[in-house]
Ligand binder design. Structure first.
Ligand SMILES: *[C@@H]1O[C@H](CO)[C@@H](O)[C@H](O)[C@H]1NC(C)=O
Ligand SMILES: *[C@@H]1O[C@H](CO)[C@@H](O)[C@H](O)[C@H]1NC(C)=O
Ligand SMILES: *[C@@H]1O[C@H](CO)[C@@H](O)[C@H](O)[C@H]1NC(C)=O
Ligand SMILES: *[C@@H]1O[C@H](CO)[C@@H](O)[C@H](O)[C@H]1NC(C)=O
Ligand SMILES: *[C@@H]1O[C@H](CO)[C@@H](O)[C@H](O)[C@H]1NC(C)=O
Length: 488
């Protein structure tokens, strides 16, 4: 029925056109091209001034990725990517192993829980918008008629089967890539924040990891960190942190009113607000991923309208946990300090969110492992990316997203950063350069896209480990006073 609604509605003068539109693809391609050009210019610059030469075109082809990349929901990938933080996991690039003169010596995975139901809070808002539409007796447009029969049967908070599957697949992919650095004497060390969906994602990940090893490896979740206490895998330890509401509402007031007007004409008396419109759009994402078919709610909107929805999420998190936030990145400092400890094999030095008791004990914070996996939430991961210096918006005025005007030059795109099941992987490498001793390097992949690491002088995404550690001044200084500002 859902597919029906969508195709029928394409004949009318309103929304649905759930196909890859050439103009949309064109814009994306244009954006990619600009990004590549900038990257190329940047790399060209560094390649000229660095004191040694990397062998040309040394990248090997990506190894196996045994699982489907794009979940089969019956909707175009381009549409699912406009769901911002509610997008399913879709890799941003094809995984490319490090150059041949490098070997991977240690890996750190930080992963968001997989696709879930809406949170209780969001579900209540979605249901209220649906109820407004359901109270209307006669719809003016066919694309609303399904509501007559629609009964609210959505869950709340918990992981969906798609989220469990994608977490499992991530464990499989991690084993396929990194099997050579683990053994039963050197198991992955796995931690999860205590929300059920996060713990379920972690256990599904370990299940996938073990199955991929034909159960020769028996990884399990080592530590569940209560979200009520000190922890680095949640962002709730900074009471004074602001939010992105002012900025995202500014954008809502621009993109949503024409949609709200159209829906209120189609459903006379519904009296939907712009926020209702936002919530109904989010239902397209949740409902489709729950049923694994295109939700009829998707048929209420055009792909262009979903691009407005996407930017709402981008702006909201940029000005909350991101670079634009008052006390955004400080909420990522604790994790970065743990990462630095693991990368350098030295005890954690942190006076922010870490649990000092746990981090001081080799039982609960070992430093001798080669693979670490931590499971968390989107907001926390955005803070961590920002604390690290990833996704700085060098090409935008003031390095800020303009809440009134989406720029095609922005790389701050949540579906590329923290979709459900989104992940950051830090690889520590041992690289041999011509006429030099082997040295430790790192590279960082976000959803398989190698990050340029401009902040530590990255060359083809590689930084020397000591330069990376140097670059993390903000975290090594507990946020340079920002953590105190969380409280006073
Ligand atoms: C509503 O549900 C009934 C029973 O399942 C079905 O016969 C009917 O066609 C549905 N109506 C619409 C508009 O989908
Ligand atoms: C995977 O997650 C689901 C929740 O969606 C949970 O019920 C199940 O126990 C998990 N499976 C494993 C192997 O942990
Ligand atoms: C730190 O961890 C210990 C051990 O799990 C726990 O008992 C304690 O409550 C935690 N402290 C805080 C402040 O979270
Ligand atoms: C429509 O909703 C707004 C709040 O969004 C409310 O202030 C107004 O009274 C409602 N109008 C009607 C006719 O129900
Ligand atoms: C929890 O964090 C606070 C703030 O940094 C700190 O004062 C306290 O000592 C920490 N407690 C533990 C057990 O680490």
């Amino acid at each position: 029925m859902a597919k029906d609604v969508i195709s029928k509605s394409t004949e009318r003068d309103h929304p649905p056109l759930l196909v890859n539109e050439p103009s949309h693809l064109g814009k994306r391609r244009c954006r990619r091209t600009v990004q590549l050009l900038v990257l190329a210019t940047f790399l060209g610059f560094w390649l000229r001034i660095i004191p040694f030469k990397w062998p040309s075109l040394s990248l090997r082809q990506g190894t196996v990725l045994p699982v489907d990349h794009v979940p089969d929901i019956g909707l175009p990938e381009s549409l699912m990517r406009t769901w911002a933080q509610y997008a399913p996991y879709i890799p941003v690039a094809k995984y490319v192993p490090p150059p041949p003169m490098c070997t991977i010596s240690q890996v750190h995975v930080l992963q968001r829980h997989g696709t879930r139901w809406p949170t209780s809070n969001a579900a209540a808002k979605c249901k209220s918008a649906v109820d407004k539409l359901k109270r209307v007796k006669d719809y003016e447009e066919d694309y609303l008629v399904f509501l007559k029969n629609f009964t609210w049967d959505l869950g709340e908070n918990d992981l969906l089967p798609l989220g469990a599957r994608q977490s499992f697949d991530a464990g499989v992919a991690a084993f396929d890539r990194y099997a050579h650095i683990v053994s039963n004497d050197n198991l992955p060390f796995v931690r999860a924040a205590s929300s059920t969906r996060v713990v379920d994602s972690a256990t599904n990940w370990t299940a996938g990891f073990n199955v991929a090893s034909h159960n020769t490896i028996k990884a399990s979740v080592d530590l569940i960190l209560p979200e009520s206490g000190n922890l680095t895998l949640d962002d709730n330890m900074c009471p004074n942190a602001g939010d992105g509401d002012a900025e995202s509402e500014r954008w809502l007031a621009i993109y949503a009113p024409p949609i709200t007007r159209r829906l209120n004409l189609a459903a006379p008396g519904a009296n939907l607000s712009n926020k209702d419109t936002y919530n109904l759009m989010s239902l397209c994402a949740f409902h489709s991923q729950a049923t694994m078919t295109p939700s009829p709610f998707c048929g209420l909107f055009t792909p262009e309208e979903f691009r407005g929805f996407e930017y709402f999420g981008d702006v909201d998190k940029f000005y909350d946990n991101g670079h634009g936030g008052n006390l955004g990145r400080v909420r990522g400092v604790g994790y970065v300090n743990e990462l630095l400890a693991r990368l350098t094999g030295k005890p954690v030095r942190d006076n922010t969110q870490t649990n000092r008791t746990l981090d001081a004990s080799p039982e609960t914070f070992p430093l001798d492992r080669t693979l670490y996996a931590d499971f968390s939430h989107d907001n926390t991961m955005v803070s961590i990316y920002s604390a690290l210096g990833l996704f700085r918006q060098y090409l935008l005025p003031g390095q800020k997203l303009n809440p009134g005007d989406p720029s095609s030059l922005r790389t701050w795109i949540l579906s590329n950063m923290v979709p459900f099941g989104g992940r950051m992987v830090v690889e520590r490498l041992k690289c041999t350069r011509a006429a030099a001793l082997p040295a430790a390097f790192i590279r960082i992949l976000v959803n398989d896209a190698v990050q340029p690491l401009k902040f530590c002088g990255g060359v083809r995404g590689l930084c020397e480990l000591h330069a990376f550690v140097e670059s993390q001044w903000y975290s090594r200084h507990d946020g340079g006073g920002d953590f105190e500002r969380c409280f006073d």
